[in-house]
Write a protein that binds this ligand. Structure first.
Ligand code: RB5
Length: 146
């Protein structure tokens, strides 16, 4: 699979970890930066990742900022996108099983490296359960633009 990745300056230190885990799983990382520690605005990186996922240029996305909050808020503004802010194996699993999230958002200033790796591995190896959850996800998507 192709996994679109993006981060801001607050998450610079976990860039290589994110890419390594994606490659360990046999996927290709498509990186949208940022690549150095100059202060940047996280929406500028959430947008291209979200658009890549929406267009089908990437299968999933991973966005990391200091808390993960700004990235998730920004990515969820892009039509068709479900970005989930996760902080554990359980939340990363549920984001896929129940919410069919396409983008995983993480906080580099909140989570340790092991937890970040666990979230990525879980997110990229868990399928959507469908059924009653598909009905609920459809209701979320029907709220767009209201
Ligand atoms: C940057 O200082 C910080 O605001 C950003 O990384 C993120 O935490 C925003 O939600």
């Amino acid at each position: 699979m192709k996994i679109a990745t993006g981060n801001d300056h607050a998450a610079l230190e976990v860039r290589s970890l994110v890419t390594r885990v994606i490659r360990d799983l046999g996927h290709e990382a498509v990186d949208f930066g940022t690549t150095d520690d100059r202060s940047v605005d996280y929406p500028d990186f959430a947008l291209p990742v979200a658009l890549a996922v929406r267009k089908g240029d990437a299968d999933f996305g991973i966005l990391v900022c200091g808390t993960g909050i700004g990235m998730s808020m920004a990515a969820n503004k892009v039509g068709g996108i479900r970005a989930a802010l996760c902080h554990s194996e359980m939340t990363a699993r549920m984001a896929r099983q129940h919410n069919d999230a396409q983008i995983l958002c993480l906080g580099a200033r909140v989570l340790d490296a092991d937890t970040i790796e666990t979230c990525i591995r879980t997110f990229l190896t868990t399928d959507f359960e469908g059924g009653r959850h598909a009905r609920r996800v459809a209701k979320i998507m029907a709220m767009e633009g209201r």
